[in-house]
Design a protein around this ligand. Structure first.
Ligand SMILES: [Cu+2]
Length: 149
């Protein structure tokens, strides 16, 4: 009994060390077009990651940036604030839903949604309260459909 418990704890700590070591890096491209009639896009615009993973934004076309939609951003995680025409990255340290926008094209719908871990036990209340501005609403709603297929 006692041995079994020790073994379980050892297995758990190994699993924890393993997941930290395996933190992945994801890439989202920042582009003028996806080549399929959609303009001012993050590609991909919806991404599932594991907590602790790094998400990197890569400038393909100029006149864009990537930054946090602070209304939809897990508490305690430093909001992303990429400069114009600069690659940027953040670590999705906590499970939750991370909203991303391009500042100049926000109201044109240049947004992305990143989900770290299980979305149901996180900042979903933020998401429910959030209203995407102007022309961003249509694409935001499309992203939400991917969140709750
Ligand atoms: Cu943009």
């Amino acid at each position: 009994m006692r041995f079994a418990r020790l073994a379980t704890m050892a297995a758990l700590s190994l699993a924890w060390a393993g997941s930290a070591a395996l933190a992945a890096e994801h890439e989202i491209k920042i582009k003028n077009t996806n080549g399929k009639g959609k303009f001012m896009v993050f590609e991909p615009e919806f991404l599932k990651v594991a907590p602790g993973d790094t998400v990197k934004f890569v400038i393909v076309d100029k006149s864009h940036n990537a930054e946090a939609i602070t209304e939809v951003w897990p508490e305690g995680v430093e909001p992303l604030k990429g400069e114009m025409n600069q690659d940027a990255e953040f670590v999705a340290e906590k499970p939750g839903i991370y909203g991303i926008k391009c500042r100049p094209h926000y109201t044109m719908g240049m947004v992305a949604l990143i989900v770290a871990g299980e979305p149901t036990n996180t900042n979903k209340d933020q998401l429910d309260a959030f209203k995407a501005p102007g022309g961003a609403k249509k694409r935001w709603d499309e992203l939400l459909k991917q969140l709750n297929p």
